[in-house]
Design a protein. Sequence first.
Length: 600
Amino acid sequence: MRLVIGMVALSACSAMAAGLQGGSGLVPPESLTTWAPGVRGIPVRTTVCATVNAATYGHGRDEASAGIQAAINGCPEGRVVQLSAGTFTVNNYVRIGKGITLRGAGPRVTIVQKTNQTAEQEQIFIVGPSRWPHIDETSAVNLTADALQGARSVTVADAAGFAPGQFVKLDEDDYTTATWMDLPSRLSEASPQILATDRIVWPIHNPRQSGDLPLPGGLSWHSRAGRPLAEIKEVTAVNGNTITFSTPVHITYTTAKLAQLVRYTGAANAHVRDAGVEDMTLTGGSDGNLSFSSAAYSWAKNIECTQYGNPCVDIRHGFRLEIRDSYIHDTIHPYPGGGGYALSLQQGTSELLIENNIIMGANKLIVARSAGAGSVVGYNYLDNAFIGNYPGWMEVGLNGSHMVGSHHMLFEGNLSFNYDSDDTWGGALAMTVFRNHLTGRRRDYPNQSNVRAAGLMFGSWWHTFAGNVLGEPGRMDGWIYEDPGDGTYGHSTSKWGQRFTVWKLGYAPGAWHQGPDPKVRSTVVREGNFDYLTNTVKWDSEPQALPASLYLTEKPAFFGDLPWPWVDPTATTKVRTLPARARFERAMPSAVTGLRVHVP
């Protein structure tokens, strides 16, 4: 275990200074960054440039796509396109390609539906320059020196074409620079090797195994080919071959791994700024309901997103976006494979804020696929992730994984049945899990298999768990504190048991006969976490004061009169009230009007 001394400052900027400039702190330097995500103040727009009435389209009887698109196209920047109360049918996606707000009269008051799911695999709304924006590979330029974590500028071989105001991608090659790494020992068979660098572990084995990442296509599923370690940056200055960004670099990118900077060029690919979707229900999208594709400083606020295929809210190539105060739930396809995810980050999406939402009823609630740098998942209620044909299996809940390369996300103040980082397509790294309540129990499904409050699968390195509360009072009979994966709780064909466990670190669900990942165990930091099995607070180092937040400087307004922080492992009362959970328990006039749910 790593010795950590001292106290993290309340402000994220102070934490950054302490962690990256030689000071000590709660979060070790390799996991620490500046967390200052999102729009940082969604504009309150009041000037309506056009109103689209549901009655004009028969309250859902007639196709409304063209009418809504025309209103958006004719609206000046900074104004509002207002959708009336009622139902709109949008069977051809509508694109928001400028900085306007598309606003309804409220969730379940304004309903935008797609009714031709089987005929057209499309979203309902797209915020971005086109449906499928992409990076310009011909613009890639090599770095001439490492881009250091915490730095705000990089030097490149040739800065021609780069200019202030652009959004660019910074990445490195962790595929051609990888080598074969030995896996932990297995029962009754020789262990294969796995392809890895010092930070990235690919789901590619030697010899190849069933379920390995398909080559070469899988290398570019969610990133540039073989370059999953990435982040989006905003250019603020170009001086010679030095390019300066608006925010610090979140992880070091090295010339030894062929680090590059690459641009988005052309009107179909350059980022759309300052666009928002507010106050409506979206339902029935066959390729998700809402997509942010090459968007920056944009948002979804107070929406309901439901009855979808593919990610309900899908974010690609995004920078400083915000998803807040919303209810994302109930996929039509609750199975692995991408069709049943509630919220997805991919293609280097960075500095996203996901705050004060209810997210439930999906196969996976959040996935981060080669994305997430500097993002915060804060104060959300996440529950009822499940597999449609295997409801007893406890899926991952709170997480920033599901494709190799995701890094430096903060998970603070959430309520979820667990935190885990899956290894299906490679692990995530340098995540921080702070002041969450991880119950170890889904509310509406049998909790039978792979039940844990906190887990890390193979290849998820440099995770910090601090100030969390694990389990539930009076519900820990039959639990164990930790399964070491050495056969203690296993049997003749498995090194791992099936006991309910507070901690499960370094396991691989596709290889129960394999021992734990030693690097997961040597890099994990656990400080000040309370669990209801042992009824104690445990520290890797000496007890220390816990800051109120790692990204907020004051109590957030949505807590109102409720106490904050609501999770305090060192207090007599460990957990209090999370606003998102309270919304779910009552009629919820803001996020889901009229829905009343009893929570046992």
